[in-house]
Design a protein around this ligand. Structure first.
Ligand code: WT7
Length: 649
């Protein structure tokens, strides 16, 4: 069993790559940081040469306020780089995708690069036949089945813009996204399996379509149970692609052509359509997947994120495929049929890279170490985490129980907006330190600043910002809302500092520790959610007059929403009503957004102008000092709330 790391002799819980790792690593000389810093644009140009361009770019970077561009004039295709490139290199028979269905006795589906190219081509040809053209938006509402990857690849292959919606999102959430993006076609499925149960998907899809521009719905048969099909509108995937040619040439796209839109939560009730373009995204996703996880041809990469999140886009689909490795797609739940499922999958497919979220690790910690101990995890080489700050206990558990103290943990900081990782330790360089993400990836300029945009001293807390040249895969805008794009990311510090909305501190070596969001965005079990979205959903209930939602820390999920609800006159609080409110949240967002606590209250603290002081509610549910309340219109409300929440601050 190969070891890949050694402990630091002087610092407890610090680790470094050993010689075996350094030798195997794509980068092992820390000089890469200085070289890249000296000329980041040249650094990225060099990386871009590693992928295939139909036409080389004319200008590497254009540094225009709010309109930065990368690899300008270059032509390429994400799907070509994911598939054709490997087939043309004679690697068509290599495994590209391993699908693990949830029912343990159902066989795997294994697709080689050749198979995947043929599947993607058939669907791409079918989309063209249905009139989908370059720039058209296509909604994808699919569970974790191979067709999710195939559908995304088919879209980018012909220059259509996919917008993937998490399959556990409700019909309402899907409708909002279809409306906002103006999607003309939807790809969905009959259902899927989760925790041993058959979950219906098609009825939600049907409900979501009213009022949208969707003309055709392609339905993948996954479960085979009876579902309603609307003649003329709904088409079975397997029938549709049957007669199609198994090759569809990849469309040469402009580097700055829109690749996809992915909706994410901001601080308002309305999700934002984050826009990613083709060239910069391809380059940064390709190189970060390669360097962060040290991907080589023989790797089996298992990213546990759903395709509905950016992690599923970049490190389940495009990143591993552009690197020519095998990517594992698991349909179901980590606790089915028992708590050992993920470890069983690692053993079965000899997974070498495992990439998951701290919330998942904390769940495994609770389930107990007997589960991973039952399986042979010696194939693992690199472990990754993403989504939220990882606490020391979870880090050490992951390191010891899963990595056998042999594997580096790559704690990758990034966002839907950055498209690809931006801050992390590299496996051949290190160091690997619990709760510390690492240095900015070479070529990325990150800084910690104070409220005035001035750099803070080493070790001091502040706001994490990115400086130009901005990361090649940074979002180019918010769909249909250029004003909001400017205000959200460049409102605080101007067009030369992209504001991440995360708090952070940096040590002398340049290692960054992320302390968490500084806006009203929560991170619930790795799912990004605005408090305003949950408020919005709850206010749809006819008996709710006013509502405030804040987050409080949770041992497993990281954060959970807590709701303060004011009822309309005459309405009575009850357990029954709490259940109804939870149903309302399920309906408008999905079960991930369910409040952990719902308090029925008479009043919430407000400013004189009537704005709810969420800061105080947050302090109350967290048992923190409430601070000055003298400027409130109703300071007396705070005492009453302390009693209701059982405040022990
Ligand atoms: C927010 C972005 C990027 C894919 C998953 C989440 C938090 C992300 C880390 C990390 C500490 C992290 C930040 C960020 N976050 N990775 N390694 N350490 N915090 O994407 O839903 O867009 O959320 O997740 O707060 O801003 P997202």
């Amino acid at each position: 069993m190969t070891r890949w790391v050694v402990p630091d002799p002087k610092r407890e819980n610090w680790y470094w790559p050993n010689d075996a790792m350094r030798e195997r690593a794509w980068v092992s000389d820390p000089k890469i940081y200085e070289e890249a810093a000296a000329d980041p644009v040249a650094f990225w140009a060099k990386r871009a040469e590693e992928i295939v361009w139909f036409e080389k770019w004319k200008e590497t970077y254009i540094d225009e306020p709010y309109a930065y561009k990368w690899f300008v004039g270059g032509k390429l295709n994400l799907s070509y780089n994911s598939l054709d490139r490997h087939v043309e290199d004679g690697k068509g028979d290599k495994v590209a995708l391993i699908w693990e269905p949830e029912p343990p006795d159902e066989p795997n589906r294994i697709l080689t690069y050749k198979d995947l190219l043929a599947e993607v081509s058939r669907l791409a040809n079918a989309l063209k036949r249905l009139g989908i053209k370059k720039g058209d938006r296509v909604g994808i509402y699919l569970p974790m089945i191979p067709e999710a990857v195939i559908a995304m690849q088919a879209c980018v292959r012909i220059g259509a813009v996919h917008t993937v919606v998490f399959s556990a999102f409700s019909a309402e959430a899907l409708r909002d996204r279809l409306l906002d993006s103006g999607a003309r076609l939807l790809i969905t499925a009959d259902g899927y399996y989760r925790r041993g149960k058959l979950i219906d998907l098609k009825p939600q899809a049907d409900q979501a379509l009213a009022g949208t521009k969707v003309e055709k719905v392609i339905v993948v048969r996954r479960t085979g149970h009876q579902i309603p099909m609307h003649p003329g509108r709904d088409l079975w995937y397997h029938e549709l692609v049957k007669g199609e040619k198994d090759f569809c040439p990849a469309e040469p796209l402009d580097s700055e052509d829109l690749a996809f839109i992915l909706y994410t939560s901001g601080t308002t009730g309305k999700p934002k359509g984050v826009m990613h373009t083709t060239g910069g995204y391809a380059v940064q996703v390709y190189i970060t997947a390669k360097w962060d996880f040290n991907l080589h041809e023989d790797d089996v990469h298992f990213c546990t994120a759903d395709v509905g999140w950016i992690t599923g886009h970049s490190y389940l689909n495009y990143g591993p495929l552009m690197n020519g490795v095998a990517t594992v797609v698991y349909e179901g739940s980590p606790d089915y049929p028992d708590f050992g499922r993920m470890w069983q999958i690692i053993e079965k497919h000899k997974v070498t890279v495992y990439y998951t979220a701290p919330t998942a690790i904390r769940m495994h910690v609770k389930w107990g170490e007997e589960w991973p101990k039952k399986y042979d995890l010696s194939s693992l080489r690199v472990l990754g985490t993403v989504g939220e700050p990882i606490n020391e206990e979870a880090w050490l558990w992951y390191f010891k129980l899963i990595g056998g103290e042999r594997c580096p943990i790559i704690d990758t900081w990034w966002q839907t907006e950055t498209g690809a990782t931006c801050v992390e330790a590299l496996p051949g360089i290190g160091p690997f330190i619990p709760t510390v993400a690492g240095r900015p990836f070479p070529g990325i300029r990150a800084r910690i600043v104070d409220a005035g945009g001035q750099p803070v001293k080493t070790g001091e807390g502040g706001y994490l910002v990115l400086e130009p040249p901005f990361p090649p895969s940074l979002l180019r805008g918010l769909y249909g809302d250029p004003e909001k794009f400017r205000a959200t990311y460049f409102g605080e510090f101007g067009p030369r500092l992209y504001f991440t909305k995360d708090g952070a501190r940096m040590d002398e070596m340049g290692n960054i520790r992320i302390t968490g969001r500084v806006d009203d965005v929560m991170n619930v079990a790795g799912h990004r959610l605005a408090t305003a979205e949950v408020e919005d959903a709850l206010s749809q209930h006819p008996l709710v007059s006013e509502v405030a939602v804040v987050s409080r820390p949770d041992e497993v999920k990281g954060e959970v929403p807590v709701a303060f609800v004011l009822l309309k006159a005459g309405a009575q609080p009850s357990e029954e009503l709490k259940k109804e409110l939870i149903k309302t949240v399920d309906k408008y967002i999905g079960p991930t957004a369910r409040p952990a606590d719902i308090y029925f209250v008479e009043d919430v603290p407000k400013t004189r102008s009537g704005k709810i002081m969420r800061r105080i509610l947050k302090a109350l549910v967290r048992g923190e000092p409430v601070g000055d309340i003298t400027t409130l219109r109703n300071p007396e409300s705070v005492e009453e709330l302390k009693r209701i929440v059982g405040y022990k601050g």
